[in-house]
Design a protein around this ligand. Sequence first.
Ligand SMILES: Nc1nc2c(c(=O)[nH]1)N[C@H]1C(S)=C(S)[C@@H](COP(=O)(O)OP(=O)(O)OC[C@H]3O[C@@H](n4cnc5c(=O)[nH]c(N)nc54)[C@H](O)[C@@H]3O)O[C@H]1N2
Ligand SMILES: Nc1nc2c(c(=O)[nH]1)N[C@H]1C(S)=C(S)[C@@H](COP(=O)(O)OP(=O)(O)OC[C@H]3O[C@@H](n4cnc5c(=O)[nH]c(N)nc54)[C@H](O)[C@@H]3O)O[C@H]1N2
Ligand code: SF4
Ligand SMILES: [Mo]
Length: 747
Amino acid sequence: MINQQIPAAYKSNKRPAVMSSTHYRTCHLCETMCGIAVEYEGDKILSIKGDPNDVLSEGNICAKATGLQDVHTDPDRLKRPLRKINGEWQEVSWEEALDYAAEQMVKTQSQYGKDAVGSYCGRSTAHNVGALLGVAPLRKILGSKNIYTGSTVDQMPHNFVWHFMLGHQFFGTVPDINRTHYYLMLGTNPRVSNGAMMSTGANPQRKFVDIHKRGGKTVLIDPRRNESASHVSEHHFIRPNTDALFLIGLIKTIFAKGLATPGRLGSHIKGWEVTKNLFDDFEINDISEVTGIPVEVIERIALEFATAESAICYGRTGVSMVEFGGLCQWLMQVVNIITGNMDEPGGMMFPNTAIDSLSLSESSWDRYRSRVSSRPEFSSELPLCVLAEEITTPGEGQIRGLIAIGGNPALSMANGKGLEDAFDQLDFMVSVDPYLNETTQHADVILPPVGPFEKSHYDMYYHLYDTINWAKYSPRLFKPEGEGYTDFEILRELFSRILVLRAKNPLSKALVNTATSLVKKVITPERIIDLGLRFGPYGPGLNPFKKDALTLQKLKDNPGGVFLGDLERCLPERLFTKDKKIDLAPEILVSDLPRLKARFIAPLKQGSSKDSSEYDLMIISRLTSRTLGWMHNSHRLVKGKSVCHLLIHPEDAATRGITQESTVSVSSVVGSIELPVEITENIMPGVVCMPHAWGHNRPGTRITVAEAHAGVSLNDITNEKVIDELTGNAVVHGIPVKVEVTRLATA
Ligand SMILES: Nc1nc2c(c(=O)[nH]1)N[C@H]1C(S)=C(S)[C@@H](COP(=O)(O)OP(=O)(O)OC[C@H]3O[C@@H](n4cnc5c(=O)[nH]c(N)nc54)[C@H](O)[C@@H]3O)O[C@H]1N2
Ligand SMILES: Nc1nc2c(c(=O)[nH]1)N[C@H]1C(S)=C(S)[C@@H](COP(=O)(O)OP(=O)(O)OC[C@H]3O[C@@H](n4cnc5c(=O)[nH]c(N)nc54)[C@H](O)[C@@H]3O)O[C@H]1N2
Ligand code: SF4
Ligand SMILES: [Mo]
């Protein structure tokens, strides 16, 4: 166990002696949760490196962490609230900005009802303990059904499947990558993303080397030979959106060859017999034709998977933000379960987090529906694909005000431009965000939280995806200059102001004021974290003498985190289903199979599978290793050659007269963008690919570095109307497009 000294953080306004010190914390940029060592002198950061003593990442980090140094000093990062007055931004006091925001929310709700004020949270909320703890009570008192998050343009199909199979949206399976012998990956690029919904520290490909060393195998299924492909045993192209069929091919083969075995969990699985016969309508030759993967490859992978000592079938955004995201996530679990790899070392397992965030969160389906297109709620959220229509469609319950926290949906949501138009129709919009960017420019008031080193950190959410059991807390390093508010403080201030404004008379106002002031003093993120740890599985509970029990103090004493053990078997006890059984064939998922059949198999049988539409290519997204959405304002991350170009196969380029120097237009039914190309055999014929989260060319933003490296936004041409009909998740991969040359270089 490591026991480093707590770094000498600012405890008062006094500057430390001019001598560098090192501060240890978690990089909060992505779910990989790497440990960083921040060397600093006074309030200056000198370097950001990997922390070799970090329990999870052991010194591994990626380039993006170094960009945090730029965020710390970024002159564009807002330090004071902005308010739009007569169309012009003006810096205003916190008092004025918070009062204004709270008044607008109260006024709108009292005039038009609770649902008239919506909320949206992006990814910077999930990576932010203060925002997570602050937004929950705010949503409660707002009482609006219009709750939206970035989850529905991301991982909602995973949550959906866990809800129906295991009983809770967050009771999620995590690949036991440290012990597996066969790692089958679909639609993920760990070399660049560093692993998603499976936190193992940066450079997860080092774990592939270990798998190969123990005689195991790694297999990647992806329409692009992505950056991870050269690190795996084999890669196969697949036609976008068809993975559900590939998975059906695996399942059919496993059953047909008599290799299905429920293992230890046999009596705790229901739906086994039903599952066996579910896929009779899908023939392996058809599957091969549609997916583009030869029959013998499908059958061989099935055989290898089922007979491996341990195996994992895992897939991420490439099999989530697609038209059959829910089916893909379900079928992957079926593959794991019927081969006895569920809740077994080297298979899919469940972390036991230090704070039991599962018992603090809810899981529900279809208790109510969205007003305009009747989409079901999932765990109190409506899908982001209906936000624009809920704002623009008149009628009772129309959204007239919005609070948007830590997300940039103008670039990250399908048809971002359409969403921007909708924002402009709101009576008011409040943004809790440190930048004046493509989304926040539509707000009436921006409430900027303090910088990344000016607040403490605990991964309340992402520990749910740990590949080992561990916990880590990072204190704040710097005291903010002047009057700085953390996300927690901003949301808490809005919460108390709304309560005070709602009080009916001066006496109740005074009472509410006193009560909220008292609560403010007592309730801090640190107190909540400490309580969560104390009453979590490793805490002392009510026994103050329990030896080695986990408390916040213990985490403070171990800045590299505390190791709490390898993942352990926990089923059936921890199942959240009422009957304590895993549902292998939930009806709602089974009933989506005809949609899959109608989409791919029926046209094949009718001989009409070839698309004759002018939109004859499919576009998919990619991430780039040095960047991440909102970090495009970091000079050290975006400098050098632009990454915003379109990958196209030589055959597709040739038929369109495209050369390496061309600029092309990419058009869909929604819109058109223009960008340079890279002709490469690393993309499947018929598919093109570009990064998302670019397009910093909108007027009215104040992100100087990003504007100078603008690129174009992929989500200007994706379509919010194309969704996974089952889960409501947005579709950003496999969008039909047309590509044409607009310019050939003359040089
Ligand atoms: N550098 C960097 N790292 C990040 C982030 C970032 O912005 N930048 N973001 C973080 C976040 S929020 C997330 S959610 C994760 C995402 O983590 P990943 O899902 O691992 O990352 P992606 O690169 O989006 O990988 C998706 C892959 O799916 C493929 N794909 C597209 N369509 C299909 C399909 O129909 N079938 C199959 N089989 N594959 C398909 C794409 O070619 C791509 O290789 O990354 C995290 N890490
Ligand atoms: N086409 C396409 N679209 C995609 C994807 C794709 O692969 N392809 N991926 C999807 C995925 S997986 C994700 S996660 C989303 C990401 O999309 P978003 O959730 O929109 O994430 P970002 O674009 O990074 O925007 C983050 C916002 O948080 C703000 N911010 C930064 N730090 C803080 C803070 O401490 N507090 C607060 N309150 N705000 C802060 C930033 O200024 C920025 O406005 O995009 C999705 N959209
Ligand atoms: S992979 Fe990179 S961005 Fe993600 S937590 Fe690690 S260092 Fe930070
Ligand atoms: Mo994400």
